[in-house]
Ligand binder design. Structure first.
Ligand SMILES: *Cc1c(COP(=O)(O)O)cnc(C)c1O
Length: 346
């Protein structure tokens, strides 16, 4: 149990002192108002008005669904925007650093580079588990954020909860848990632990289990002080009105479909794993809590190229740390998965 997060020493001074952009509409929310404040076109075509900068309706719905308060939720243009903003809130370019595991999601390192932030990446064990002592040894005075992806991409496994708990307890910076694949996992989200750990930040997305990658909506769940800083530096209209209304509608009416699609993916994942293990070119199918499988082949790259020639695209992760001869395969529809297996057997 941690009682405080010292935002004033963790966040960048310039961000703490910044006065964010405000629009007249921040002060006034009345659908009948005559709106002559934002230089919009007055002619209604469904999109002539700027979107709600605070995404009030959508956040209310998400807060209900997750048992959180709205001030514990930030919405981003995909979770990639959230990752970028977290770095900009906490890391002074050229001075501070982040810590990641490896292998993991590539965007942490890319966005750190964009922001001129150093990255220290700590190897998982060959079984893809957290190496707690290696992480402890790699934390330095300027380490502000630790990114843990669970279930991890590209390995597919959940990271050990006790190891994560130790890091949350011991680290005086921010621990970011990327739960892009949590809906497919056997464990619940860490969001129930937010009151216990004010230095816990959770990232989720509508891009995977919710099937809305094209709408670009990511979530950050965290202590209200952290959410407040993200709100301060975001672009005022970062979530467009089409995305806000479509996601709201899905949350109101489409949850049963999402649930059944998700169960379908889990059944297909099990089928795909069994079929892959019967292929002579496959050495290992790693256990997965996500909607993809990491698969080790005897020779991955020739198989990757053969699949491409047959019009099947998977992700070649052979050159990633600990992933020699591995392809990452997303679970598709039953038809797609059958085509994949036939192609690999050829
Ligand atoms: C797919 C994925 C995301 C999602 O990014 P969006 O910008 O929300 O589409 C985030 N983190 C990880 C680890 C992912 O694999």
């Amino acid at each position: 149990m941690k009682t405080t997060v010292d935002i004033d020493t963790l966040a960048r001074k310039s961000i703490l002192q910044l006065k964010g952009y405000t629009s007249a509409r921040d002060d006034f929310r009345n659908p009948k108002a005559v709106l002559l404040d934002a230089n919009e076109s007055p002619f209604n075509n469904a999109f002539n008005r700027y979107p709600d900068p605070r995404q009030t309706d959508l956040k209310q719905k998400i807060a209900n669904m997750k048992g959180l308060r709205e001030d514990q939720i930030f919405l981003g243009n995909g979770s990639d925007e959230v990752i970028d903003l977290l770095m900009r809130v906490f890391c002074e370019p050229g001075k501070d650093s982040i810590l990641t595991i490896k292998p993991t999601y590539g965007m942490y390192e890319v966005l750190a580079s964009v922001n001129n932030i150093a990255v220290s990446s700590v190897s998982l064990t060959p079984e893809f588990a957290i190496d707690l002592n290696a992480i402890r040894m790699s934390i330095e005075g300027n380490t502000k954020l630790i990114f843990l992806c669970s279930p991890n991409n590209p390995t597919g496994n959940l990271l050990d909860a006790n190891a994560i708990r130790s890091i949350l307890n011991e680290f005086s910076g921010i621990v970011v848990i990327d739960e892009a694949y949590i809906d497919f996992a056997r464990q619940p989200s860490w969001s129930t632990q937010l009151t216990e750990y004010p230095n816990l930040v959770i990232i989720q997305t509508f891009s995977k289990a919710w099937g809305l990658a094209g709408l670009r909506l990511g979530m950050c769940l965290a202590h209200e002080a952290i959410i407040g800083l993200l709100n301060k530096i975001k672009a005022p209209y970062n979530i467009n009105s089409y995305t806000q209304s479509q996601v709201l509608q899905l949350l109101q009416e489409g949850q049963a479909d999402i649930e059944s699609n998700m169960l379908g993916i889990l059944a297909e994942r099990a089928w795909l794993a069994r079929q892959l293990l019967r292929c002579s070119s496959v050495i290992e199918v790693f256990p997965s809590d996500a909607n993809f499988l990491l698969v080790r082949f005897n020779h991955a790259t020739p198989i990757y190229k053969k699949l491409l020639n047959l019009g099947i695209v998977v992700r070649n992760r052979s050159s990633e740390w600990l992933c020699t001869n591995c392809l990452r395969i997303t679970v598709g529809t039953s038809e797609e998965n059958q085509l994949l297996i036939k192609a690999i057997q050829q």
